[in-house]
Design a protein around this ligand. Structure first.
Ligand SMILES: Nc1ncnc2c1ncn2[C@@H]1O[C@H](COP(=O)(O)OP(=O)(O)O)[C@@H](O)[C@H]1O
Ligand SMILES: [Mg+2]
Length: 323
């Protein structure tokens, strides 16, 4: 089981009678192998929703289905076992054990799962290598930077090879550069091994970069779920529109968005080709440096059109004006 599907059916969660519910009738589908980013202001119910997916928060009403299995129907021991073996969790504070070195921290979930020491270290070593920390295996958490500690937290979650990864503001405490690095690392790890990810973030850039889907919560209610571009381009109401207003939407434009439809086609050999899904940030230096149009090709090499400096500028201006 490489990845799993998660469905919430009219999930409600009331912590205190008399206080507005933390979750109010939330229905949500997360496709297997996809990344769903949960967004919303502080207190909107993101962490609570995340915790209903691994059974740490029990819904007051409604159901959470994991590959069709209703979590409420699992016996407590089965639920605990499922949580340990299938649902890795990564928090903002990496919550490492100060008295354990890096490899034992990374192997902690395996120890809970009853894996023997030798096999534990073999598997933990392999994930530490994936997150670039194998050389630090014998160090202790206080000897590491914040970014490295967060990598250990990720290694610990990945060591059990979970089909589901729940990440609660996992990169929020990192500076922008480190955060970006971790996002790239996560995407790279997912290319090697598909998993279903539910990623809580209040950072719009992060959500646009990582999310196949964004689910936006407000006061415990799900306002809108869809592809990032759908929420930006077609917000269902004012709340959604306002929430995304601060997003720098131009930085998420792709080569295919920038094609100059008046420039026609040209396959002059001296023109540089770029893949249709190249990001604006990669394209701008090239447009600037070569002062020639770029040829946009799809994955099979077919020419889709040309990007000229003028067409790029027009599209960027339009995207920015939307804010
Ligand atoms: N364990 C708890 N006991 C009581 N109230 C809680 C508990 N956890 C969360 N809440 C309340 O539920 C609401 C949603 O909280 P939370 O899910 O943590 O939001 P977010 O992660 O979006 O900031 C808040 O009003 C919060 O005070
Ligand atoms: Mg939270």
């Amino acid at each position: 089981m490489a990845s799993i599907k998660v469905s919430l059916r009219q999930v409600g969660k009331i912590f205190d009678a008399g206080v507005a519910p933390a979750l109010d009738n939330v229905s949500l589908d997360i496709a297997e192998g996809s990344i769903c980013v949960l967004m919303g202001l502080s207190g909107s119910g993101k962490s609570t929703l995340l915790r209903t997916i691994n059974g740490l928060a029990v819904p007051t009403s409604g159901k959470v289905l994991v590959d069709g299995t209703d979590l409420a129907q699992l016996a407590p021991r089965r639920l605990q076992q499922w949580r340990r073996e299938a649902a890795g969790m990564v928090f903002q504070s990496s919550a490492l054990f100060a008295h354990l070195n890096v490899i034992d921290n990374a192997a902690f979930g395996l120890e809970l799962a009853g894996v023997g020491r030798k096999e534990r270290h073999r598997r933990a070593g392999s994930v530490l290598e994936q997150v670039g920390l194998l050389a630090h295996a014998k160090q202790y958490p206080h000897q590491l930077s914040g970014g490295m500690r967060q990598r250990v937290g990720m290694a610990r979650a990945l060591a059990v090879n979970p089909s589901l990864l729940l990440m609660d503001e996992a990169f929020s405490a990192l500076d922008p550069l480190k955060r970006r690095e971790m996002q790239e690392l996560l995407l790279e790890l997912l290319r090697a091994q598909r998993r279903t990810i539910v990623f809580v973030s209040h950072d719009i850039d992060e959500a646009l970069r990582l999310g196949d889907q964004i689910a936006l919560l407000h006061g415990g209610k799900l306002l809108q779920q869809g592809a990032p571009r759908a929420l930006l381009d077609h917000p269902v109401n004012e709340h959604v529109r306002e929430f995304f207003q601060s997003a720098d939407t131009s930085s998420h434009l792709l080569a295919s968005d920038l094609i100059d439809h008046e420039a026609g086609f040209s396959t002059l050999p001296e023109l540089i080709s770029v893949p249709a899904d190249s990001r604006l940030s990669e394209l701008m230096p090239r447009l600037g440096a070569f002062r020639l149009p770029l040829t946009v090709r799809d994955a099979s090499g077919v020419v889709l059109g040309l990007i000229t400096a003028a067409s790029a500028l027009r599209t960027i201006t339009r995207a920015s004006a939307r804010n």
